[in-house]
Write a protein that binds this ligand. Structure first.
Ligand SMILES: Cc1cc2nc3c(=O)[nH]c(=O)nc-3n(C[C@H](O)[C@H](O)[C@H](O)COP(=O)(O)OP(=O)(O)OC[C@H]3O[C@@H](n4cnc5c(N)ncnc54)[C@H](O)[C@@H]3O)c2cc1C
Ligand code: SF4
Ligand code: SF4
Length: 1020
């Protein structure tokens, strides 16, 4: 009887709904006694336990739209710490969530739970078994650390998310991650052999593939483990038919639990069934993973199509040629890149078109890889639409081409003039043969909602990424967002697809899983979770019985940042500091440990608090005000900013150009408003004024600052590290030298040489060399007579009123030169960055400020622009770029000049030198400064042959090298000067420390003698 059947279905459904409500009620408001839990954790756990507001604020979100304040954070030292943490959480009824890099996009890595962050300590590669092609890893191990170790044997871990240099194996297992090369190696689930796991109720066990007899034996045991296996078998037997029938058979089905892995045809693989469970079932303590061959030779084809849809239509045919990667993107991405001024050179190398596919082939040697590519080209030439084709054989060129695709998320976020874009529908997947049709319909759907979003992704496996300009702040906007998700879900299911192709469900997609799998399979998911986590305490509200997709939004209708008046105008952020603090999209690139500049303080501490992301999060929380309620006086924010070296590495390396140095300056200006700053702010931040004073009696000042005893006193008073030398003042400033010498050319291009504080008062030899070089290049050099300073050191201490005043003075003094379009050559990269960056931010509407920022050039930029034919210099050289130079101006022109000089040079991937202005001189920062320097730069300098020139344009970089190695570094101007002198270094009458020493010793002796006389006199 159909009526009875319908009634039964209703009844079943109602029972299930009640069960859900019960479980949600069980979650209920937190009853955990946080303080007692914290106390007990501290007593038991060897790692770190942090329950303070600031630490919790750091972990409120991942890379998703969601935000939930955790109960506390534990950084376990080892698996035993994890066991102890879970045991205590169980005692207090606290939910638990594991975390790796925290780069999840669907909200599965934030929760009102105790967060166990395994990335800091549990990050070891335990074993690499080359013969069996296996690796045993701890969950916090960064994927690239595993890949570099395996690559030595031409092996790799196949799935490679774009976050490969900072995502962890635990997180990949949690999400069932994929990436470009999942095409050759499958998803993470296909590459996991065995897991050591811990359940919330304290069962620690190893799981993997289970042979039938082993399964029966396990079931016979009456313990909890036996119960788990028995119930898993029962689940498989109950739902096997449905699983086979309703799980879409596509390469990228990542939504839902991997119940298919329990089927006999998959060997009852319990480890793989747990992959993708997003910390909702068990915690991974250790994993054994499969390694695959990494083709040593690769070749890349970039195909340009009239539109991306046409390109996608040809994908099924292309797959028959077995590429190892097949990615795509549309013209919107290129528009966004253009608007942001990114990757122009790489895009110029691309074939014509409005939609592009990147097809990679691998082989044992180049011939094999090229042969495969050639066969695809022949096939393409026989199609009705033949794409424009570019061939990239050279690995460097390939890397550059890939960088365009990899930049997608950053390129499509915070595009000038466009509304911000967000994840939400960023990870759908369909059968690859239906991708073209799906994208056409999805574009119509987006248009009908007036949404904008670029299409890019792993098209060879039908996986699409897109960030969309959802309005997540107004009620109406959020309702529209939700309505769109409903419609998009229907659309992807119409094409036989999956809501997630690699990012997981979290809470962004879990709400729609019943549409994809049907209620019965969703009930199977519930049973699966209940088998592992009967108390429903592991990452509750995610994946099963989830929060709605529009709950817990990071923004939401309650988003209401405190209104603030700022010194900087933030022209790229709609004039809003709050907007700037939203900029971080959570990608976590600032958690890289190996290359680039960003973020030196994380590289040496491995602390979330000392990443750019952590700082951005804290500033967001400060603006939001509920968790961090002290506004600009927030101690936690000050602490997190304390180790920021203001290197601007983030401004250059972060995909959305988070500019923490500027935010730090802004914050400090308010934090210290009306109160005293630390003494270093006065001793080092005001160096311009001290230097002016010292220039009247440099010898005496040098003696005092270097005399034994006296120098210690000076350092103590000034807050200098005792290990450092106070830099010596020049006996003749550069400007005095120039006034005395005068200009030697009265014709040629007129150029202002900027006499920055460092090169004027401390190291004039580089400025003198620059005069010679500029004159050799046919220029008429002028040096401003007035005393001017760009105020660089002031920014580091938040003296922004003073910085603005100095800048105004420059604009007024140099107005005639600025308006006449005279180039201003700057030697010190950090001062150049002030003119290019801070100046525009402080005076966005001042035309002369705009002109000056455009007319200002580094020496290398100016010489390149002039087309100056530098003389040759046959030497080897090691080059360290100043962080501001790399981030704001870029090293291209510097390298061009070095090439023209004919130097055999290597640009070090050294990141920051560690000195970073005054940072490394400060007592409290000395240790960090040295760690940063010792990461790459200082060992490389020490290892360099004596004959090798060390080139560093930054004053502080040269000081770091000089003070910690036996070597002295040169500015580019000095290197060109050497070339002008036939290779001879020009020895300057600079105050060498060796020359000052006798005098200093004498003063020290006199001071000591004076002290003794005085004491004798007092005794009497
Ligand atoms: C810009 C960008 C690009 C991305 N590109 C890709 C891509 O190409 N391919 C792709 O697949 N993904 C991609 N992602 C998503 C994300 O980076 C990956 O899923 C990554 O593998 C997550 O690693 P993680 O260490 O950051 O994990 P986390 O975010 O820390 O954790 C991920 C999940 O695993 C759980 N988890 C972590 N550790 C454990 C553990 N020890 N035990 C149990 N559960 C654990 C967490 O609770 C969470 O649910 C991208 C994300 C961003 C922001
Ligand atoms: S600061 Fe930049 S690199 Fe770091 S997480 Fe945020 S967006 Fe990513
Ligand atoms: S300025 Fe440098 S130290 Fe500070 S957050 Fe950015 S990269 Fe890190």
């Amino acid at each position: 009887m159909p009526e009875i059947a319908v009634l039964l279905v209703f009844w079943e459904d109602a029972v299930k709904r009640v069960a859900v409500l019960n479980r949600k009620a069980a979650l209920g408001p937190q009853v955990t006694d946080g303080a007692a839990l914290e106390r007990d954790l501290r007593a038991r756990v060897r790692g770190e336990v942090r329950f303070d507001r600031g630490s919790r604020a750091l972990y409120t979100t991942d890379a998703s739209n969601y935000r939930q304040v955790p109960i506390g954070v534990v950084l376990p030292r080892d698996a035993d710490d994890v066991v102890a943490t879970v045991e205590l959480c169980r005692r207090y009824g606290a939910p638990v969530l594991a975390r790796g890099g925290g780069t999840s996009l669907a909200g599965q890595c934030c929760n009102t739970a105790v967060i166990i962050d395994m990335s800091k300590y549990m990050n070891n590669l335990l074993e690499l078994d080359v013969e069996r092609r296996r690796a045993r890893v701890q969950p916090g191990l960064i994927l690239d650390d595993l890949r570099s170790a395996a690559e030595r044997y031409h092996l790799t871990f196949g799935p490679d998310p774009a976050t490969h240099n900072h995502c962890t194996l635990g997180g990949m297992i949690g999400n069932n991650s994929c990436g470009v090369h999942a095409l050759m190696a499958g998803k993470t689930a296909d590459n996991v052999e065995e897991l050591e796991i811990l359940t919330y109720d304290g069962i620690r066990m190893r799981v993997g593939k289970t042979e039938d007899d082993e399964l029966e034996r396990l079931i016979q045991t009456t313990d909890r483990r036996g119960e788990i296996y028995a119930r898993l078998k029962q689940l498989r037997d109950t739902y096997g038919g449905l699983i086979r029938g309703r799980f879409p058979d596509i390469p990228r089905r990542v939504s839902g639990y991997n119940l298919d892995q329990l089927l006999p045809e998959h060997g009852f693989h319990v480890a793989r069934a747990l992959v993708g469970s997003e910390s909702t079932c068990a915690l991974v303590l250790e994993a054994t993973v499969r390694l695959v061959s990494s083709p040593p030779a690769r070749t890349l084809l970039v195909l340009g199509y009239p539109d991306i849809y046409t390109g996608c239509d040809q994908i099924p045919g292309m797959l028959t040629f077995q590429p190892i990667g097949l990615e795509g993107f549309d013209e919107l991405l290129i528009h966004d890149l253009e608007k942001k001024g990114l990757h122009a050179e790489e895009v110029a190398q691309f074939p014509r078109g409005r939609g592009w596919l990147l097809v990679e082939f691998g082989g044992e040697d180049q011939r094999e890889a090229d042969g495969r590519a050639q066969r695809l080209i022949e096939w393409l030439q026989g199609r009705s639409v033949t794409p424009d084709i570019r061939y990239f054989r050279d690995p460097t060129q390939q890397k550059l081409a890939w960088s365009v695709r990899e930049s997608a998320l950053g390129a499509t976020s915070f595009v000038p003039g466009e509304a911000p874009t967000w994840p939400g529908w960023e990870d759908s997947a369909v059968p690859p043969e239906r991708l073209g049709a799906y994208l056409r319909e999805l574009r119509h759907l987006l248009d009908s909602f007036h949404y904008r979003g670029s299409f890019y992704g792993h098209f060879g496996q039908g996986c699409l990424h897109s960030r969309i300009n959802f309005d997540l702040e107004t009620k109406r906007g959020i309702e529209t967002f939700h309505a769109f998700l409903e419609r998009a879900t229907d659309l992807v299911l119409k094409y036989g697809g999956s809501l997630s192709g690699e990012h997981g469900d979290g809470q962004a997609r879990a709400e729609f899983l019943p549409k994809m799998f049907g209620n019965e399979l969703v009930e199977a998911f519930r049973e699966f979770k209940a088998i592992w986590d009967p108390d429903w305490k592991l990452n509750p509200g995610k994946l099963v019985d989830p929060y709605r997709a529009d709950e817990n939004l990071r923004l939401g209708t309650a988003y209401n940042p405190m209104p603030v008046k700022t010194h900087f105008q933030f022209p790229d952020d709609e004039g809003s500091f709050a907007h700037a603090t939203l900029r971080c999209v959570g990608v976590g690139k600032c958690r890289r440990l190996e290359s680039g500049t960003m973020c030196p303080s994380f590289m040496v501490t491995r602390e979330e608090e000392h990443t750019t992301r952590g700082r951005a999060r804290l500033l967001f929380e400060m603006m939001q005000g509920d968790l961090l309620s002290q506004g600009w006086r927030s101690e936690k924010v000050r602490e997190a900013l304390d180790l920021c070296l203001a290197c601007k590495g983030c401004k250059g390396d972060c995909p959305v150009n988070v500019d923490m140095a500027t935010y730090k300056a802004e914050f400090l200006s308010h934090y210290y408003q009306g109160r005293l700053r630390p003494r270093t702010a006065y001793s080092m931040g005001l160096i311009y004024w001290w230097a002016r004073l010292a220039s009247h009696m440099p010898r005496i000042v040098n003696c005092v600052t270097h005399a034994p005893g006296l120098s210690s006193l000076v350092k103590l008073v000034g807050g200098f590290a005792q290990e450092r030398h106070v830099p010596l003042f020049a006996t003749q400033t550069f400007k005095r030298w120039f006034q005395h010498r005068g200009t030697r050319r009265t014709e040629g291009t007129r150029v202002v040489l900027w006499p920055d504080t460092f090169h004027n008062y401390l190291k004039p030899e580089a400025a003198r060399a620059a005069v010679e070089v500029l004159e050799a290049a046919g220029c008429q050099v002028v040096v401003p007579r007035q005393s001017l300073c760009c105020g660089r050191p002031l920014y580091d201490y938040g003296f922004l009123d003073q910085a603005k005043r100095l800048m105004r003075q420059i604009l007024d003094t140099l107005a005639p030169e600025i308006e006449a379009g005279v180039p201003v050559v700057v030697l010190e990269p950090s001062c150049a960055a002030v003119f290019r960056d801070e100046l525009r931010n402080l005076f966005p509407h001042d035309e002369n400020a705009k002109r000056l920022s455009q007319q200002m050039m580094l020496l290398s930029e100016f010489l390149e622009q002039q087309g100056y034919n530098v003389p040759k210099l046959q030497r080897k050289a090691l080059v360290h770029g100043h962080c501001h130079h790399k981030a704001i101006m870029k090293l291209r022109d510097e390298e061009a000049i070095l090439r023209k000089l004919g130097l055999d040079f290597q640009v070090l991937d050294s990141g920051c030198c560690g000195m970073a202005g005054a940072f490394g001189f400060e007592k409290d920062h000395y240790a960090i400064s040295m760690k940063v320097g010792e990461r790459v730069l200082l060992p490389a300098v020490r290892q360099a042959e004596d004959e090798t020139l060390i080139i560093a344009d930054g004053f502080s970089c040269r000081e770091q090298i000089e003070q910690t190695t036996e070597r002295r570094a040169l500015h580019l101007a000095q290197v060109i000067q050497m070339a002008l002198h036939g290779g001879q270094e020009v020895h300057e009458p600079a105050p060498e420390r060796s020359r000052v020493l006798p005098l200093a010793l004498l003063s020290g002796a006199l001071a000591l003698g004076g002290l003794l006389v005085w004491r004798q006199w007092r005794k009497r």
